[in-house]
Design a protein around this ligand. Structure first.
Ligand SMILES: *Cc1c(COP(=O)(O)O)cnc(C)c1O
Length: 315
C-alpha cells in the first residue's frame, strides 16, 4: 500500500462514489462520517469502483462476480450496472431479505448458497471458473483497500486536528485503508476497530497471531459477519501494523447504538454503521481523544427488525 494509490483512487472513484459529509454529532461530542449517504447506502462503493475501474476492457466485458454479506455485493452490482457490465453476486442464507431485493433491483444475478459467507464463497469460485468471470474480493485486495482509504483523505481534509477514529471492523479493508492514510499523515492518530462479540474474525486472528476461522453467527451487525480468509494476504498484516486496538460489543449495545442514532442523530443506520456510536454510549474507549471521528459505515437496515427492536425497548 502507498499513499499515492489512495490519491489515485480518489480521482478514479469520483464519478461513482460520493465525497460524504463529516458532521458534528448532536449529543456525543464527536464527528460522524456519513457513508450512509453513498448511492448504495454504504462505503463499499468506494472500493468496488476503484477495483472494477482498474480491470482491462476485456475483463470488464466478461463480467464480475463476488461473494458478499450484502453491501459489497450491492456496491459491485451498482458499479457494474453504471458501467453496463454483468454482475453475479453469491450470498449466504444469513443475508437479510432487504439486501437480496436491493441486489435484484440492480439487475444482478443473485445466487443464494450455504449457511456462511465461506460456503457462498466456494460456490462463487466455482461459477467464476465455469464462466471465466473476474472475482471482486470484498476486502483483501489493494485496490479495494485504497478505495476505502479515500475516507482517510477526506477525514484529514475536513478535520485536520483529528486524533482518534473509530472504524467498524470485519475483513479489515475499511480500517486498513483509513489507518494507512491517517498513520502516514500522523502516526499518533489513534485508530480503533470495533466488532461484535458474535464471531469477530479479525480480533481472534490478531490474538492468535495468524488468520483463524471463527463460527459465523447471526448479529444485528450482519455486515460484520464472515471470516478474514485463512489465506489472507493484505488486511491482516495492515491491521496488525496500523490498528491500535479492537473493541467488541454485545448485541444489546449495538441495538442501543442503532436506536440512539435514529432518535438523537436522525440517521437511519444498520448495526455495523451504529457500532461506533454504541462504543461511545457504553464508554468502551479509555481516554477518548478530543477530535474523534466515527465512521457511520452503512444505512441498509432491515426496517422490520428495527421495528421489533423499538417495540422491545418500549418506546
Ligand atoms: C463491509 C462493512 C463493514 C466492514 O468492512 P471491512 O472492510 O470488511 O472491515 C462495516 N460496515 C458496513 C456497513 C459494511 O458493509
Amino acid at each position: 500500500m502507498n499513499l499515492q494509490a489512495i490519491y489515485l483512487a480518489q480521482h478514479t472513484i469520483a464519478p461513482l462514489a460520493r465525497r460524504t459529509p463529516l458532521i458534528r454529532s448532536v449529543g456525543l461530542g464527536v464527528y460522524l462520517k456519513l457513508e450512509t449517504l453513498q448511492p448504495t447506502g454504504a462505503f463499499k462503493v468506494r472500493g468496488a469502483a476503484n477495483k472494477i475501474l482498474s480491470l482491462s476492457e476485456q475483463a470488464r466485458a466478461a463480467g464480475v462476480i463476488t461473494v458478499s454479506t450484502g453491501n459489497h455485493g450491492r456496491a459491485v452490482a451498482y458499479v457494474a450496472h453504471q458501467l453496463g457490465i454483468p454482475a453475479t453476486i453469491c450470498i449466504s442464507e444469513l443475508v437479510p431479505h432487504n439486501k437480496v431485493e436491493a441486489l435484484q433491483a440492480l439487475n444482478a444475478e443473485v445466487v443464494i448458497h450455504g449457511k456462511s459467507q465461506d460456503e457462498a464463497g466456494i460456490r462463487a469460485t466455482e461459477i467464476q471458473q465455469e464462466r471465466d468471470l473476474h472475482l471482486i474480493h470484498p476486502f483483501d485486495d489493494p485496490h479495494i483497500i485504497a478505495g476505502q482509504g479515500t475516507i482517510g483523505l477526506e477525514l484529514l481534509q475536513d478535520l485536520p486536528q483529528i486524533d482518534t477514529v473509530l472504524v467498524p471492523l470485519s475483513g479489515g479493508g475499511l480500517i486498513s485503508g483509513i489507518a494507512f492514510a491517517l498513520k502516514t499523515a500522523n502516526p499518533n492518530i489513534r485508530v480503533i476497530g470495533i466488532s461484535m462479540e458474535r464471531g469477530p474474525a479479525m480480533y481472534h486472528s490478531l490474538q492468535a497471531g495468524k488468520p483463524v476461522e471463527v463460527e459465523e453467527q447471526p448479529s444485528l451487525a450482519d455486515s460484520l459477519g464472515g471470516g478474514i480468509g485463512l489465506d489472507n494476504r493484505f488486511t491482516f498484516a495492515l491491521v496488525k501494523k496500523y490498528v491500535d486496538e479492537v473493541v467488541l460489543l454485545t448485541e444489546e449495545e449495538i441495538a442501543d447504538g442503532m436506536l440512539y442514532t435514529m432518535r438523537e442523530e436522525h440517521l437511519i443506520v444498520e448495526g455495523a454503521g451504529a457500532i461506533g456510536v454504541a462504543a461511545i454510549l457504553h464508554h468502551k474507549i479509555q481516554n477518548l481523544g478530543e477530535q474523534v471521528a466515527l465512521i457511520i459505515s452503512g444505512g441498509n437496515a432491515d426496517v422490520g427488525r428495527l421495528m421489533d427492536m423499538g417495540v422491545k425497548h418500549g418506546s
